[in-house]
Every structure is written in C-alpha cells, then in structure tokens.
Ligand binder design. Sequence first.
Ligand SMILES: [Zn+2]
Length: 113
Amino acid sequence: MSRPNASEKKQIPIAEGLFTTPLSPAAQVRLMGSQCKNCREVSLGKRQTCGNCGGVNLEENPLSRRGKLWTYTVIRHKPPGDYRGPEPFVPFGLGLVEMPEGIRFLSPIQCPR
Ligand SMILES: [Zn+2]
C-alpha cells in the first residue's frame, strides 16, 4: 500500500459553501458570495440569511478573482490553542482584502519570510 502524493490527496474545504466546486484544479476555484436581493449586501460564502437586513432572499455567485490588499501583517508567533499548521511553526502573512463586490475579509497571503 502506498501513500497518496499531494496531488492525489482529497481536498476538503475549510467551510461548506465558501468555494466553488470542484476544488481542483486550484487555479479555477473561486470564493463564493451571497447577495441579498432586498438590500444588495454581499457576504462571503453561501448564506441563508442576510447579516444586514435579515432577509432570506439571497443569490449565490462566485466572487471576483482579484481584490485589493488594504493592509497586512506577518504572524511570526504560533497562535495559541489548537493551531493545526506546520510544525515547527512557519510565519505567514495575513491580509485584509477588499473585493470589487464591496466586502472585506481577512485572508492568508503569501509573503517573504
Ligand atoms: Zn439584506
């Protein structure tokens, strides 16, 4: 019995409804958004309820491929708790990204170490 290599490992989304499927090839995967048909508020991922007005009439669409990096930081210390990243800890970038759809969210980003 052999172990699967990286390209054969099953890809599991960090949360259901956050990405388009299938999850491979990665270059074609996009973040999903939900837009409220009442107030036009856009949220990250598939949502049942609008966080702005409480409406339940939402439309799901893939978000743009590119956003604007507002600010970033480099996490140089291992987070406390049940951190499941690489051991030993590897510093990583964390950016605040604004999408053309008008939402902002924190995202891991690649950066020099
Ligand atoms: Zn709404």
